[in-house]
Design a protein around this ligand. Structure first.
Ligand SMILES: NC(=O)c1ccc[n+]([C@@H]2O[C@H](COP(=O)([O-])OP(=O)(O)OC[C@H]3O[C@@H](n4cnc5c(N)ncnc54)[C@H](O)[C@@H]3O)[C@@H](O)[C@H]2O)c1
Length: 391
């Protein structure tokens, strides 16, 4: 009996020794092992010398071009987009161009989802935000105003709150000349009163106000860029503008011109020929996307804590819709059929910028100022991507 008991005690003791040895070996292995760097770690920690930019709406037209330029300039980029209007195809191209760990990550999230936005900010270490994400069609905003106030104004409030809560100190905001409405005096300077006349412009103005009021209570560095009409695409043909087919009706003039040139639509509908302009059609200031993104990079470089910089981003020269259509005919080589219709609700006659403030303060000047040239570049991408990013 004693002998059995003694044997059992011995066997328990050996088991304990073995267990302790195994635990010690495991501990030594864990301590000695180099840390496993998960792909997201580079995004979740600040790195000296690396500026990590959150690009909201980075799957969209302008946002994707911004991401391309930021990556080229060695920034670390996180795209947040709900793909409601953007293209995963654009993100894939950017990922293929910059596959190295810590360069680019894509996060699928809706900026209207406060929890998701807070998670994005708590899991990542951003140094700056470029906030592009928005619904952005004047006509649509007159039909669905609440959608615009929610998507633009309320989501911007959400972004600013998250930036404040997580100590992100620099914001570059995508605003628009639509915040000026229809000023009596041209060209538009940054001091031109903002009297927007459609929900899109009003929602953007409210978002600006939120940002400006918040900045008075914080040391956030803010740059608000009011774009005029954006055209063109990456000169090397890697990215383009590819709105959803269902948005064609809402679409911008360049998209409509290209659709007409490709025969997707029978011709071009020019809305309004009785405006008080030289040829009766609306006059707009067309800014090439490459120049626009250059303005963002310069704005980021010049952003100063506790300061708000507000800049028009345009060429300073207006072109009429008729002139635009002629340039588009030359760029595409197609004699596009044009139908002239009555005015569209929410449109204004003449809008062009005075870009001298950004010229002087940020040393920025538009360089892609030949309408036909910008359209030729965009047309090349369109022809090579007949199904947009699906091709
Ligand atoms: N295109 C122009 O001529 C022009 C002129 C002035 C200002 N802007 C401004 O520039 C910005 C970008 O415009 P764009 O022409 O590239 O538009 P776009 O539709 O191509 O891109 C917008 C992107 O934002 C994303 N998005 C929209 N709502 C979102 C949400 N709730 N959560 C996450 N992602 C969301 C879309 O999926 C899309 O990828 C907008 O803020 C717009 O108001 C554009």
């Amino acid at each position: 009996m004693d002998y059995l008991l003694e044997n059992k005690r011995k066997s328990n003791f050996s088991k304990k020794i073995l267990l302790a040895a195994a635990l010690t070996a495991l501990l030594v292995f864990v301590i000695k092992r180099p840390p496993v760097i998960s792909p997201s770690t580079k995004f979740s920690e600040h790195e000296p010398g690396v500026t990590h930019v959150l690009v909201t709406g980075g799957a969209g037209y302008i946002g994707s071009h911004a991401v391309l330029r930021l990556l080229k300039d060695s920034y670390r980029v996180t795209i947040v987009d709900n793909l409601s209007r953007g293209n995963m195809g654009a993100v894939k191209i950017l990922q293929e161009l910059y596959p190295e760990p810590g360069r680019l990550q894509f996060i699928y999230a809706d900026l209207g989802d406060a929890q998701a936005v807070n998670r994005v900010f708590s899991e990542n270490a951003f140094d700056a935000v470029m906030h592009f994400a928005a619904v952005a069609y004047v006509g649509e905003s007159t039909v669905e105003p609440l959608r615009y106030y929610h998507n633009i104004t309320s989501n911007t409030l959400q972004i600013v709150k998250a930036m404040s809560a997580h100590g992100v100190k620099t914001l570059i905001y995508s605003s628009t000349c639509a915040t000026y409405g229809e000023p009596e005096k041209m060209p538009i300077t940054e001091n031109t009163p903002q009297v927007p006349i459609n929900p899109y412009g009003k929602a953007k103005k409210m978002a600006e106000d939120i940002i400006i009021d918040f900045s008075k209570t914080s040391d956030m560095a803010v740059m608000i860029l009011r774009y005029f009409n954006v055209i063109g695409s990456d000169p090397l043909g890697r990215l383009g503008e590819s709105p959803r087919p269902e948005l064609r009706e809402q679409g911008r003039i360049s998209g409509a011109c290209f659709d007409a040139a490709r025969g997707i639509i029978p011709g071009l509908k020019v809305r309004g020929i009785d405006y008080k302009t030289a040829d009766g059609t609306c006059v707009r200031d067309y800014i090439d996307v490459t120049d626009l993104i250059d303005a963002h990079v310069k704005a980021l470089a010049h952003a100063k804590p506790s300061k708000v910089g507000i800049y028009n981003v345009g060429t300073g020269k207006g072109s009429s819709v008729r002139e635009f259509v002629e340039a588009c005919k030359k760029a595409t080589g197609v004699d596009i059929k044009v139908e002239y219709l009555s005015r569209r609700a929410g449109d204004y006659a003449e809008v062009y910028s005075d870009p001298s403030k950004i010229n002087i303060e940020l040393n920025w000047t538009a360089t892609y100022t030949n309408l036909q040239q910008s359209l030729t570049t965009a047309w090349k991408w369109q022809k090579a991507h007949l199904n947009g990013y699906e091709t």
